[in-house]
Ligand binder design. Structure first.
Ligand SMILES: [Zn+2]
Length: 380
């Protein structure tokens, strides 16, 4: 797979999770247009040979949102030998994600039909934080989900960016109201997926050139720029760090590079400082592709045990992600990570990283198994 050229679709989405209008993975709508007259474009789905190499990694995608299924979808999981983690999201700003009970039923149904290919990450309703007995009720629900096989719990950005108390102050991730819940998750040896804060541009003036501009315009509820009383991104991440310090036995996976996508130094310092912290790559591959190649290879090599592959692929609305789109995302991400071929990002040539098989196997498999015990179920 050398000297291969393909175009990464430019429609990248950088906010992640629960945004039907937000194409979160950079390659999901790839249209496979070659920019080169000298090389054969390799875009779209896997070639037979590529697929064999991908399968050899025993791939696991630790960041997906699946609330429906189809025979074609299951067939794709089988063809790619793929295991995925299905993450529930409770977000009252999204019409498709504010009916928690329905979402959960739909997710379970998809999981039960998957013959063991889909594992479950539950969540809880943080909007009820000021109700009496909040933590105890949440814990009761989580424990039920753990008993049914949930391997992780999602903690979502509406904490810090949307939910307010009776006095209008934003609820922050380190609010003591959550503490017993984190203790319970750690006691059950489950993992907390923390999607807290968002890309930097969410706190900046609208910039049509920003990759996530469209997402922000369509999701004003979670656009923090100019909002009175809104916490800064740093304040939210600092509150997240309080959790890491307070709960050294809690495994935390920071979704979307822990929202430190634009500062790899800061991300590396966090990984150095907090042994209970790892991050997923979901919907942030574009930020890797913007970095100098040698810098990315060095970073991934150094933190090869703490970076976990994920896409943010979604399967719940009829007109959004397609089965083919899922496969194209896997193929294009794999070409960037595993081959030395050339990809185009925003008209700029980017050479694939050509990472060694041992590191690739960690990103795609070993780290997922280590950070999400139970994610790999026997196939039925
Ligand atoms: Zn997501």
């Amino acid at each position: 797979m050398k000297n291969v050229v393909f175009l990464l679709a430019l429609e990248i989405a950088l906010c992640g999770c629960g945004s039907q209008s937000s194409p979160e993975a950079p390659t999901r709508t790839s249209t496979a247009i070659s920019q080169s007259s000298t090389a054969t474009p390799a875009a779209g789905q896997f070639s037979g040979q590529e697929l064999q190499k991908f399968i050899a990694l025993e791939p696991i995608d630790t960041h997906t949102h699946i609330y429906r299924s189809s025979p074609e979808f299951y067939a794709m999981l089988d063809r790619l030998h793929l295991h995925v983690l299905d993450i529930l999201v409770d977000d009252d700003t999204e019409p498709e994600m504010n009916d928690f009970a329905k979402e959960k039923r739909d997710a379970w149904s998809a999981i039960q039909g998957s013959n063991g290919r889909i594992a479950f990450c539950t969540t809880f309703d943080a909007y009820r934080f000021n109700q009496p007995d909040f933590a105890r009720q949440v814990i009761r629900g989580l424990d039920r989900d753990f008993a049914q096989g949930a391997v992780a719990v999602k903690f979502y950005k509406v904490v810090g960016m949307e939910i307010k108390d009776a006095r209008g102050r934003y609820l922050m991730p380190d609010n003591p109201v959550f503490e017993q819940i984190f203790k319970d998750i750690a006691a059950h040896n489950k993992t907390l997926i923390a999607h807290l804060a968002d890309p930097d541009s969410v706190w900046k003036a609208p910039d049509p050139a920003a990759p996530d501009y469209d997402y922000l315009m369509q999701h004003p509820a979670l656009y923090m720029y100019g909002k009175p009383g809104a916490p800064t991104k740093q304040q939210i991440l600092d509150a997240r760090d309080v959790l890491l310090k307070r709960n050294p036995k809690l495994r935390m996976v920071g979704a979307h590079l822990g929202s430190m996508e634009s500062n790899l130094d800061e991300l590396g310092q966090h990984l150095d400082k907090y042994p209970n912290f790892a991050v997923d790559l979901a919907a942030r591959m574009a930020y890797f592709e913007m970095q100098p190649r040698a810098r990315m290879i060095a970073f991934i090599t150094r933190y090869q045990d703490r970076l976990i592959y994920g896409t943010d692929n979604e399967f719940y609305l009829q007109n959004f992600d397609t089965v083919q789109g899922w496969e194209e995302t896997y193929a294009n991400d794999w070409r960037y990570l595993a081959t030395g071929g050339t990809v185009y990002y925003r008209g700029k040539k980017v050479q694939g990283l050509d990472l060694p098989p041992t590191i690739l196997h960690k990103l795609y498999h070993d780290n997922a198994v280590k950070w999400f015990p139970g994610i790999l179920q026997p196939l039925r």
